[in-house]
Design a protein around this ligand. Sequence first.
Ligand SMILES: Cc1cc2nc3c(=O)[nH]c(=O)nc-3n(C[C@H](O)[C@H](O)[C@H](O)COP(=O)(O)OP(=O)(O)OC[C@H]3O[C@@H](n4cnc5c(N)ncnc54)[C@H](O)[C@@H]3O)c2cc1C
Length: 448
Amino acid sequence: MSASTRVSRRRFVGGAAALGALPLLSRRAAAAEVDVVVVGAGAAGLAATRELLRQGMSVATLEASSRIGGRVHTDLARFGVPYDIGAHWMHLGATNPFLRYARDNGFDVYAAPTEETVYVGDREASEAEYAAYDAAYEAAIGAISAAGRQSRDVSPASVVPDGGPWHDFVHFLIGPWEMGKDFDGFSCADWWSGDDGTDWYCREGYGAVVAHSARDLDVRLSTRVRSIDWSGSGVAVETDSGSIRARACIVTVSTGVLASGDIRFVPELPAEKLESFHGISMGFYDHIALLFDENVFGTAPDEYLLYNASTHGAHSPALMGLLTNVSGTGLTLADVGGDFARELEEADGEAAIDFAKAELRKMFGGAIEGHLVKAHFTRWGRNPLTRGSYASANPGAFPLRSALRRPVGDRVWFAGEACSPGEWATVGGAHHSGEEAARVVAADIRSA
Ligand SMILES: Cc1cc2nc3c(=O)[nH]c(=O)nc-3n(C[C@H](O)[C@H](O)[C@H](O)COP(=O)(O)OP(=O)(O)OC[C@H]3O[C@@H](n4cnc5c(N)ncnc54)[C@H](O)[C@@H]3O)c2cc1C
């Protein structure tokens, strides 16, 4: 019932340039001397690597973890069905390079359905309640858009009118569920700068597409970069397993990792650069993944299930947004965000899963738990290689987006989702940012 298109998640992406045609043989730079070191093998690092190779550069791509993909990865082992532990929505379908790649390489992709059902307590919302939700949503989006259009670098908390009983629910949809931040944590100007478009899904998982597209690239896994010395000509990149000299490097780690100081820069980076790592800060967004033995919600494949609970004007609404029956499987992604997600991450072992079970019990009764086969909580903020889910500008920090993108000393370049002008917080944006940085670096090296 009540299938509608009320949820208009601004779950972005883009970029027309197709991924380089496969196979493109990668060239491992055997010596400890290469043209470019790429730090990180997420979507940005992989795109940078491919573009540099295409331009005839020698490249060393260093990845701290034991796999490629970073925040886009499909886990098959845990549930026996494709489980995207990070990105799942293929945003901005019209220009998403991975959508095109997936189609060309036999993946099963389809436009994301937009149906949603909203619950209030243990029943579906009435027509009057849906209307109140719509009104509150429109008012909030209208206020944030108006501020954004005027480049007002202020938080939604300062412009969104009180939406009455639907205020926290709408706060959750636009803030924690979309941005990974509460209404006081991001800038309307930054929000407005994000591109919008249609979403797609891949039955085999978004991470599977990205991994497939990079299967021919030579990445040095389990190689953590500890410091980058840019004091002389070129750079010296220190890792757990030795040092590599290069003419330039492209750093693609998250702003969370950069802000943590995990990678030491010698000499220290300029103040504005350091400020940008903190100003374009990471949000918190996590999946509480639930595998059921049957369609317990009675919803269609990939249907959203949302609910309004009285959260009393919470600073960070304690709500989940559910994507049910992912690609027709028994998997449901119950997603939390903002400071509430961070609190769940910091709580003991099963707190997030217990929260999800308790919320579902309120809606569907205790029997639902009997159908729960397995669950998992992602905790992206606790992952030292990401330290959050994706970034956005703090209120007042929107100008730091461009500072983040700026290279230092013409030899330390930055790329990744947070460096994308319009496709930030997305896999496609990370890809385009990496590709663009590689193009500029290659041109720079060639002209030197
Ligand atoms: C839960 C969740 C849901 C999301 N949903 C979506 C979605 O539906 N659609 C969408 O488009 N986007 C989504 N995103 C955002 C998307 O996943 C990211 O924007 C994108 O994957 C970031 O790519 P990146 O290359 O910039 O960074 P990363 O993927 O973080 O890549 C950086 C790499 O650097 C490595 N690294 C870190 N430190 C070091 C070091 N010291 N030395 C060497 N390597 C290091 C990391 O291990 C990582 O592999 C989601 C993210 C999360 C967490």
